[in-house]
Design a protein around this ligand. Structure first.
Ligand SMILES: [Zn+2]
Length: 287
């Protein structure tokens, strides 16, 4: 069993100046791909669930698969709930055995974000579960939505609020808004590395970058060099899989195809993204 909590994992990353990849995974093949590729590269990794993927009885299936993947791996694996919106969602994840949760109250006012985050920390601390929170707000950059959260200065993390937030909440990791966005970028982001430096000066809390997919490599490596030690990836993973599956489906004379015959190419495309990210983050060979 190599299931660990995120706090221990990020302490090493922070000390040795690399980032751990957190991959949002929705099903068996995604879970297997992330756990197996990380193990083959001797890398710690975070398997994360997005809330729609663990609604209702899905939670039992998803967790059983993630737990099995962690048990089979000789590399450290953290099982994390990404972007929980409520204490109830956190409680379900904690009860079944997640080792880490993120409470996202980043759209709430500062005081409310502190209060709700603190409530989660108090609820799970005794069970050795790590808590990530978000200060500032990482928006979305979906193609065609017109949304461009990355460019809204009001949504960026204010460095002068970081120490107070960390002290009052007791969180183990902090997601910061320094110019990335979730989804697919409409235009290339411009990360505010000066702001990141002021955040790292304010606190030694491990920092998390959401919206890692599509962020230019030079900016990503700069963010890691300046204190980010967890990078979240979803869109690049699923886009590679969907594109390859579209190509497989387009070759068929009819739709009565066996999934096991269709999946090898999409799964290989997804695994290639995972390997590339793990190597780029510098976590390969660290365990
Ligand atoms: Zn996110």
């Amino acid at each position: 069993m190599s299931l660990v909590n995120m706090k221990e994992m990020l302490q090493d990353a922070s000390k040795r100046k690399y980032a751990v990849g957190m991959f949002d995974v929705s099903d068996l093949e995604m879970i297997r791909a992330v756990a197996e590729e990380a193990e083959s590269l001797r890398s710690p990794v975070i398997l994360a669930a997005l809330c729609p993927d663990v609604e209702g009885s899905r939670l039992d299936y998803w967790f059983a698969l993630a737990q099995l993947a962690a048990k089979r791996s000789s590399a450290p694996v953290c099982i994390h709930l990404d972007h929980a919106a409520t204490l109830d969602q956190v409680g379900r994840a904690a009860d079944i055995g997640f080792t880490s949760v993120m409470l996202d109250a980043s759209a709430s006012p500062f005081g409310e974000n502190i209060r709700r985050t603190r409530e989660v920390v108090e609820a799970v601390r005794a069970r050795n579960i790590s808590v990530e929170a978000e200060l500032g707000h990482v928006g979305s950059g979906w193609v065609g939505s017109g949304a461009d959260g990355a460019s809204d200065p009001d949504m960026l993390t204010e460095p002068e609020k970081v120490a107070e937030f960390v002290e009052k909440t007791g969180v183990d990791a902090l997601a910061v808004s320094i110019g990335t966005a979730h989804g697919v970028y409409i235009k290339a982001p411009q990360l505010d590395i000066d702001r990141l430096d002021r955040i790292t000066e304010a606190s030694d809390i491990p920092l998390v970058l959401h919206g890692g997919s599509g962020t230019p490599e030079d900016q990503l490596s700069s963010a890691i060099a300046h204190g980010v030690c967890k990078v979240n990836i979803f869109s690049e993973l699923i886009a590679a899989w969907n594109q390859a599956m579209l190509e497989e489906l387009s070759k068929l004379p009819h739709m009565a195809a066996w999934p096991s015959r269709l999946r090898p190419a999409p799964d290989a495309a997804m695994r290639e993204v995972i390997r590339k990210k793990i190597r780029f983050f510098g976590s390969a060979g660290k365990c």
